[in-house]
Design a protein around this ligand. Structure first.
Ligand SMILES: *Cc1c(COP(=O)(O)O)cnc(C)c1O
Length: 224
């Protein structure tokens, strides 16, 4: 019941047009079923093995959309390529190439976001805005016919300083706009900005987010 109430409260506070990705990592399939029962369809997972297990346990929920949001190793792309709806965490051309290769093998064009590193912590993954724009400038991605670049994802620094968080999201938005203008002027599919989690999603929306990835506020604290 609690999950359903949480979802309702969060959905009601979201402006129209914002997609809620329910981050179900470390929570059991039963919790996903409960969210699904309220109409939630988009779920985010960050580990391939966990995602594969849940997908099997929830095979009867055929219209679930699985988003991959965690660090993705190249040798594991093949497991999720047949079904994943969106990969949020592309942080190198090598990974993008492998997603393309696996997309070709299963006859799919796989939607992907480029992950930006804008946070102060060096432990966070992703391309700096400069690296991201260089990757796009290099142009190899244009030859990859089984991936579709749909936008960018980022995570802000873990801090209480909301001005810092705002600045970081703003940096990501500026990079997105630059890329859209330079490389995707003819491609309306390049439109997704995935930023904002439980604690900072309303701020993220003010800074141009279209997809918020919320775990704790829906499912409660994770057990590790
Ligand atoms: C875990 C995770 C989230 C959700 O974080 P919460 O603070 O629990 O809402 C969002 N994005 C990514 C990439 C994550 O790994």
């Amino acid at each position: 019941m609690r999950i359903q109430q949480n979802l309702k409260r969060i959905q009601e506070a979201l402006p129209e047009g914002i997609t809620l990705v329910a981050v179900s990592k470390y929570h059991p399939s039963a919790a996903i079923r409960e969210a699904y029962a309220t109409g939630q369809r988009v779920f985010g997972e960050s580990r391939v093995q966990e995602l594969m297990q849940k997908r099997e346990e929830l095979a009867d929920l055929t219209d679930i959309e699985w988003h991959f949001i965690g660090h993705l190793q190249r040798n594991k792309v093949k497991y999720i390529a047949p079904f994943v709806s969106l990969i949020h965490s592309v942080d190198s051309i090598e990974l993008l190439r492998e997603i393309d290769r696996q997309g070709a093998r299963c006859g799919r064009v796989i939607p992907c976001l480029l992950e930006l590193h804008v946070a102060a912590e060096t432990t966070k993954a992703g391309l700096t805005p400069e690296e991201c724009l260089s990757l796009l400038e290099a142009g190899e991605w244009r030859n990859l016919t089984h991936v579709q670049l749909c936008g960018m994802m980022t995570m802000a620094t873990f801090t209480n300083d909301s001005e810092q968080i705002r600045r970081e999201f703003h940096t990501a938005y500026t990079c997105f706009q630059t890329a859209r203008h330079r490389y995707f002027a003819d491609d309306p599919q390049f439109a997704i900005r995935s930023w904002g989690m439980s604690d900072d999603h309303l701020l993220a929306i003010q800074e141009g987010s279209t997809h918020v990835r919320i775990g704790t506020d829906i499912f409660g604290e994770r057990e590790y």
